[in-house]
Design a protein around this ligand. Structure first.
Ligand code: ADP
Length: 251
């Protein structure tokens, strides 16, 4: 379990995250929602050791501040929102996910190589394994970084807007892969902007506003409390799925 207890982040003169507490279990997806500037990215940065914080963050009972970078990388994999386009092949990029295990030498064991080829296969990137990351589409790049994160084989994965700027097919494929990680027993924390995507995959929703967590709970409660309407100004539409079940979508 990842547990945030009274976590605050101050950047410069600003309190960007204020006293946030919530927890995410293994085998669960927690989606963080909130308007721009509400502190979502900063919260993930605190968890991935990219922002200083006060309070406590525990992963499986261990305080993250007491772990080395490598120990932390073996527990938590992070995909940032703004990704670089390095001039290396997709396969090479994915192999960087093994760094917490290979050390600085970067020498891959047969086991590491097996994991890389399994991830290439699972993510459907085999056909572009040899292409350079700076010469593939934005959607393919995001998928390649996602694959690198999978290669890290950490039990917790964090993804900051993993579906941003992706076409429907790439976005669907990333969401499916997040759901697969949950089924495989990983704990997933993802920042998403699309309420419908969030409601589709989340077990828990954390709603941020002005650096504070204003809601944490199930998607059902999130909808019952009418947050999509009150907070995001959305309309609720009722529709019937192919299976005849009624469902709501927000637009
Ligand atoms: P979100 O991901 O919800 O859009 P962020 O976590 O990126 O929000 O940012 C929250 C707030 O913190 C914003 O108002 C942003 O301008 C501010 N902020 C982000 N980084 C810094 C920084 N390095 N120094 C000062 N303020 C920052």
């Amino acid at each position: 379990m990842i547990q945030f207890s009274n976590v605050s982040v101050r950047l410069g003169r600003y309190d960007v995250v204020k006293d946030v507490s919530f927890s995410v279990d293994k085998g669960e997806i927690c989606v963080i929602l909130g308007q721009n500037g509400s502190g979502k990215t900063t919260l993930l940065k605190a968890l991935s050791a990219n922002a200083p914080y006060t309070g406590h963050i525990l992963a499986d009972g261990k305080d993250l501040s007491g772990l080395s970078r490598r120990e932390r990388a073996a527990m938590i994999a992070f995909m940032a929102q703004n990704l670089p386009s390095p001039p290396v092949s997709v396969e090479k990029l994915i192999s960087f996910g093994r760094q917490p295990y290979t050390g600085i030498s970067g020498i891959l064991s047969p086991g590491d190589k097996r994991i890389i080829s399994q991830v290439l296969h699972r993510t459907g990137l085999e056909h572009i394994a040899g292409k350079r990351v700076d010469r593939i589409s934005g959607g393919e790049q995001r998928k390649a970084f996602f694959a690198m994160m999978l290669c890290q084989q950490a039990p917790y994965i964090l993804a900051d807007e993993p579906t941003a700027n992706l076409d429907v097919i790439h976005a669907k494929s990333i969401l499916e892969m997040l759901a697969q990680r949950k089924t495989a027993g990983d704990g997933v924390i993802a920042v998403l902007h699309d309420i419908n995507q969030a409601l589709e995959i989340a077990d828990k929703i954390l709603l941020m506003e002005g650096g504070r967590a204003v809601f944490f709970g199930t998607p059902r409660r999130f909808c019952k409390k009418k947050f999509p309407l009150s907070h995001f100004g959305m309309e609720r539409l009722e529709c019937t799925g192919e299976d005849g079940k009624k469902q709501f979508i927000y637009k």
